[in-house]
Write a protein of this length. Structure first.
Lengths: 116, 116
């Protein structure tokens, strides 16, 4: 069974500084990995995904993520944080072997707080 | 283009009652999934429907049921409501056929259900 761990409940960073939100995963096959962001009282917005290929994936709003197979990690990064990046971030995984089935397994979320 | 739309946005029910939540996918999307997000947790998979057929079901009791209509909209029904059913219910759609596990899900803003 798939699982995702987001070890930090909250990450605090000053505006302009780089940010990292951590994610590790477990799947039996090859992983499809996703990052979503959730603003208060809203649904989840897709940021980026890793399917195959280059380990560094670029996504929306200047975010990127680095896939590391040996460490089973998929950390979200941004070179320079904005106050407007403050939100709840979810990492999710899907097993590529689950053809015909689009279930996503989510982590518990990490709250990012960017201070001015 | 309109995104995934859900109705109602908020709902208050009493224990033992029944509730129906509605979802319209992005135009052209044929796959609809439902997720439950309890406060402070990540979304949990409930159902996936594709072309009006159930493609997957999460670890939820039989009190939860769903269906998809010919226009690809969907309803989630919950019977005999419990206090623990209080959550944000998210609907997501995907534009790809079954087997496209790499496709991201597009989420609506959810229905906030409160059971008293």
């Amino acid at each position: 069974a798939q699982s995702v761990a987001q070890p930090e409940d909250q990450v605090n960073v000053a505006e302009g500084n780089p940010l990292t939100v951590k994610c590790t995963y477990s799947v039996s096959g090859n992983p499809y990995l996703f990052w979503y962001v959730q603003y208060p009282n809203r649904g989840l917005q897709f940021l980026l995904k890793y399917i195959t290929g280059d380990n560094l994936v670029k996504g929306s709003y200047g975010f990127e993520a680095e896939f590391n197979k040996s460490q089973t990690s998929f950390h979200l990064k941004k070179p320079s944080a904005l106050v407007s990046d403050s939100a709840l971030y979810f990492c999710a995984v899907r097993d590529s072997a689950d053809t015909g089935f689009q279930k996503l397994v989510f982590g518990t979320g990490t709250r990012l707080l960017v201070s001015p | 283009d309109a995104g995934v739309t859900q109705s109602p946005t908020h709902l208050i029910k009493t224990r033992g009652q029944q509730v129906t939540l509605r979802c319209s996918p992005i135009s052209g999307h044929k796959s609809v999934s439902w997720y439950q997000q309890v406060l402070g947790q990540g979304p949990q998979f409930i159902f996936q429907y594709y072309e009006k057929e159930e493609r997957g079901r999460g670890n939820f009791p039989d009190r939860f049921s769903a269906r998809q209509f010919p226009n690809y909209s969907s309803e989630l029904n919950v019977n005999a409501l419990l206090l623990g059913d209080s959550a944000l219910y998210l609907c997501a759609s995907s534009g790809r056929a079954q087997g496209a596990a790499s496709s991201p899900l597009h989420f609506g803003n959810g229905t906030r259900l409160t059971v008293t």
